[in-house]
Design a protein around this ligand. Structure first.
Ligand SMILES: [Zn+2]
Length: 129
């Protein structure tokens, strides 16, 4: 799967985001070492801490399916006033992802302007590393 295909998968699942409070819909697609892809969208709640980011929804779904090693995650977000700017994983998601694949590639941007980073670059000195 190409970076572009993974980003398109993230864009597709973003359509299912439940974000009535922030109006910030996010989609994530996590590519496993075995080639499978798990997707997630953010799910908000009246009680803010009860919600979850798209990246961790995808990660937890993969772990629940028995997967522990990942190659890349594509993340895409949208909000009216920040459209066009890349959506990066939040600090909590960076930490959660580092637990399993500290060398994970993080793909953001748009299908026509893809940006890639390494998780270690985005979260140096991760807790537990
Ligand atoms: Zn997050």
């Amino acid at each position: 799967m190409t970076d572009r295909e993974l980003l398109l998968a993230a864009q597709e699942v973003r359509k299912n985001a439940y974000a009535p409070y922030s109006d910030f819909a996010v989609g994530a697609a996590l590519l496993c070492e075995d080639g499978r892809v798990f997707t997630g969208c953010n799910v908000e709640n009246h009680s803010y801490p009860a919600g979850c980011c798209a990246e961790r929804v995808a990660l937890f779904s993969a772990v629940a399916a028995g997967v522990r090693r990942f190659k890349a995650i594509a993340v895409t977000g949208w909000q009216r006033d920040v459209a066009g700017r890349p959506c990066m994983p939040c600090g909590i998601c960076r930490q959660a992802l580092s637990e399993f694949s500290y060398d994970l590639r993080v793909i953001t941007g748009t299908p026509d302007d893809i940006l890639t980073h390494n998780l270690q670059e985005l979260l140096p000195f991760a807790f537990g590393m």
